[in-house]
Design a protein around this ligand. Structure first.
Ligand code: DC
Length: 216
């Protein structure tokens, strides 16, 4: 079974996707990690992505792999370097570039095709990467709850930002994710909306498993 999991930043997609994959024995693929890894590359190498030749060369040469939580960029595990406010602040430019999106969706489609039972998380999984998915979950929560969760996640990594700054960052990314010209974040007609505001992880997982069982 192929499961698409889309939704805005901080909605709890990764936590849910990981827990679901573990419970059901599915492969978990986090496509945001690929956008993050490529953002890291452009920053580390000071690449000018507005220069189409520079960008094409970087995309031709880059190697990106995902294995559970581990993300490999040109052979190095970068999972501890890609979840930082600095990457958050620079990623929208990467994610709104049509050449990069085209490359990413082709790579992600290939990953999905090669995996029998997959839970793929992102923003355009149901609309672009796996429109044929058996279930399309759209995970959401209020913006205030998402900001609180993101703040807690950052604090666990010793990154301390105020609630106001975190909220501003989430609102900024919502705006960029939903309004961008290419593959904006949106629901499909057959998306199943899971609003997990005020719900525990276990409650939401149960709800999703129930939907999956009905589909089998
Ligand atoms: O899920 P995340 O917060 O790690 O994603 C990081 C950014 O990558 C997010 O701001 C939007 C972008 N993204 C995207 O445009 N398409 C995807 N399929 C996954 C992520």
């Amino acid at each position: 079974m192929k499961i698409a999991l889309d939704g805005p930043a901080g909605a709890g997609k990764s936590t849910l996707a990981k827990a679901l994959a573990k419970r059901c024995g599915y492969t978990y693929i986090n496509t945001g990690a690929l956008y993050r890894a490529f953002t890291l590359k452009t920053l580390n190498e000071a690449l000018d992505i507005d220069d189409e030749d520079v960008l094409r060369k970087a995309l031709d040469e880059v190697r990106m792999e995902i294995e559970g939580d581990n993300v490999y960029l040109d052979g190095n595990n970068v999972k501890d370097q890609i979840y930082t406010p600095f990457i958050d602040q620079n990623i929208s430019k990467i994610a709104s570039n049509p050449t990069i999106r085209q490359y990413m969706s082709a790579l992600q489609k290939k990953m999905a095709d090669e995996t029998e039972n997959v839970i793929m998380e992102g923003r355009d999984i149901a609309t672009v990467v796996m429109p044929e998915a058996d279930i399309k979950f759209f995970i959401t929560a209020t913006v205030e709850e998402r900001a609180r969760r993101r703040m807690k996640q950052n604090e666990e990594k010793n990154i301390f930002h105020t609630y106001e700054d975190t909220l501003k960052d989430i609102l900024y990314r919502d705006e960029r994710d939903t309004k961008r010209k290419f593959a904006p974040l949106m629901m499909t007609k057959d998306s199943i909306v899971i609003d997990n505001t005020g719900k525990t992880l276990e409650e939401t997982i149960e709800e999703m498993i129930w939907i999956m069982q009905k589909k089998k």
